[in-house]
Design a protein around this ligand. Structure first.
Ligand code: A2P
Length: 297
């Protein structure tokens, strides 16, 4: 198995491994086992968690027990919506995540959702910049920001987010957002890269995964003697996306990084492009305001 994961350079000057392990919807035991397998057996060096996932301590335990040196690891966590209550709350939330992870610094700290109140968002982003300046995060970024949200931050003349992590997969290739991000020097990371789970929508817009049983992808997978998941992961990698497939199953965790010994050709990429149908498994960012603080908070 060849598993040399390439890096993507971020506008912060640091480099993110292009493939990592996501742990959303994994409980503590599953997370600790999955991260341990990923780091110590499968060759991953990049783990993506969030305060809202409730499993940062489990990620921290697996990192502490791993033989991989901290400098060789890339760890991302995210600021939850309820903590967008001004500077002190944002900084306290970051400190809490660091304590749970058992780290002095994360490689990437992301705002989890834009919320509807963009004034609040701007205050959050100022605090995020303070976090980066203090060295608690090597890079800062956002998740689920549409171009109109990004424009607000960029327009302020402040630090441009290093990353925008969004729902992205062959049904929802996010071409417009990716073009905007490329022009702005923002790397795009794909969540639910395999098409998600029936619960990808925070209990709202959830839909079944149809990509993992798609016949076009099945045909391509057969051609390369790979799985559909591996074909989808190649599509992300060849499109320049950073990809964080979630799995708590050791064989799948190993399989999902075993994608560096084949390439999709132009015809495959075109066939996959034709699967675009704007089908989201998660919530549209313009509709997401879960756990948003009250106006006076
Ligand atoms: P599990 O964690 O039980 O292994 P996404 O990253 O798009 O949200 O998709 C995650 C879902 O896909 C999870 O339900 C995960 O299941 C499943 N999954 C992850 N890797 C594979 C794989 N290689 N083959 C099939 N299903 C996979």
């Amino acid at each position: 198995m060849t598993s040399a994961v390439p890096g993507v350079e971020l506008n912060s000057g640091t480099t993110i491994p292009q493939l990592g392990l996501g742990v959303w919807q994994a409980d503590d035991d599953e997370t600790e086992r999955a991260v341990t397998h990923a780091l110590d057996e499968a060759g991953y060096t990049h783990i993506d968690t969030a305060a809202a996932y409730g499993n940062e301590e489990a990620v921290g335990r697996a990192i502490a027990a791993s033989s991989i040196a901290r400098n060789d690891l890339f760890v991302t966590t995210k600021l939850w919506n309820a903590d967008q209550r001004g500077r002190d709350a944002v900084i306290e939330a970051c400190d809490t995540s660091l304590r749970k992870l058992g780290l002095d610094q994360v490689d990437l700290y992301l705002v989890h959702w834009p919320l509807l109140d963009m004034d609040r968002m701007k205050r959050t982003w100022e605090a995020m910049q303070e976090i980066a300046e203090s060295g608690k995060a090597k890079a800062i970024g956002v998740c689920n920001f549409e171009p109109h949200h990004l424009q607000v931050l960029i327009g302020e003349g402040d630090v441009v987010p290093a990353v925008d992590q969004v729902e992205c997969h062959p049904n929802l290739p996010q071409n417009e957002l990716r073009a905007f991000a490329a022009d702005s020097g923002i790397a795009v990371e794909s969540w639910s890269p395999l098409g998600g789970t029936p619960n990808s929508g925070w209990g709202k817009a959830s839909k079944d995964n149809t990509l993992l049983s798609d016949s076009t992808l099945g045909g391509i997978a057969e051609k390369y003697d790979k799985s559909i998941a591996q074909v989808i992961i190649r599509w992300h990698l060849q499109g320049g996306l950073v990809v964080i497939p979630k799995s708590v199953t050791p064989e799948r965790i190993t399989q999902n990084i075993d994608v560096f010994d084949f390439s999709l050709d132009d015809a495959d990429m075109l066939d996959i492009a034709n699967l675009a149908n704007n089908r989201r498994v998660g919530i549209h960012p313009d509709e997401m305001n879960i756990a948003a603080p009250d106006d006076d908070a």
